[in-house]
Ligand binder design. Sequence first.
Ligand SMILES: [Cu+2]
Length: 112
Amino acid sequence: MLERRLLLVAATVVLAAACGDSTGPAGPNAVAVRNNQFAPAALTVAPATTVTWNFQEGTHDVTFEDGAGNSARNQSGGNHTRNFGAAGTFRYRCTIHSADFTSGMVGVVTVQ
Ligand SMILES: [Cu+2]
């Protein structure tokens, strides 16, 4: 009986550790948005992949150079997704924390 209870406690701790960390890596095909950075800043995916931006800290946006698939202007939590259908290079930035697509809070998704 005690063993079963200990097992339950151990399983709960493992589950809490897996679910509770909102500042860790965002996962495959995902970008963490925090500390005025996109992490990873450069992501390569296959065609037809949906990429998820996970807003973990601060207020930011995801604005693409091609003008498609942008997030809300001032997003401070939750997720934003864009599906990339065809191959290409898709630069994006946070308009709050960068002036152009080459410096500041910028990122790129390469679809190949
Ligand atoms: Cu920002």
